[in-house]
Ligand binder design. Sequence first.
Ligand code: UDP
Length: 258
Amino acid sequence: MSTFRPDRVKTEKKAARIRILGRPVDCLTRDGAAEKIFRAWERKAFFHVVTANAEMIYRSTRDEVLAAVIEEAELITADGIGVVLASHLLGRPVPERVAGYDLMLECLKLAAGNGIPVYFFGARPEVLPGAIAVASQRFPGLQVVGSRNGYFEENEEEKIARQISMLKPGLLLVALGVPKQEKWISRFRDKLPPCVAIGVGGSFDVLSGKVRRAPGWVQRAGLEWLYRIISEPFRLKRAADLPLFLFSVLVQALKKRF
Ligand code: UDP
């Protein structure tokens, strides 16, 4: 494996970990997260990456299993403006937003450059091949050892995990949506080979071109959540958690102060 060379050179030695509504979040840049992932490949360790957004953290306050899964994960990134804002409110700001989609692309780039085999798990059967095709075209040399769409019966889960184990991917992208993907990774982590497993939500839909991501300026303005609600109105109900999340964080911040 070649030496890690991030595009933006500054990387953290030992990243701090903060707590938002009781959940851990690592204070890392995207390069810092990528470096940790690379080191896990070097160590040949199982490494679960959770890209935590406000919705997920708020949900985990009512879902004990999800809370435990986040707690045991090796890396938790601040995915979304809500989590970034929360870190500021709590006086321990994370250096930047590390969006799941961007981290997935970074991992695919590193995997292609370092001969790390990849497995794509999740999304609709008609979306998955397109996502793999785009990834292979964008990252020449990418070794895709297998794939499986995300629609299956519960009794097929063990078989899928066994198949993945046999193929020994170093990078396992799991696109089943939150919290299914996080719970699946946690449930099978002892049966899977040492690999970096990331829950990537709807990233295969974006990669395949089925869903468009917000333009760069919308992302930079911290309004990607609004763009997603407007383009996919079914998200409105879930987004209602965002103000509740921020209110709970405010209460946490005030409790800390007084
Ligand atoms: N999905 C899946 N199996 C399921 C449910 C969902 O493969 O049983 C896929 C779905 O096709 C989509 C992704 O999981 O590609 C969820 O996308 P979404 O943007 O809703 O993710 P989230 O907002 O939960 O991160």
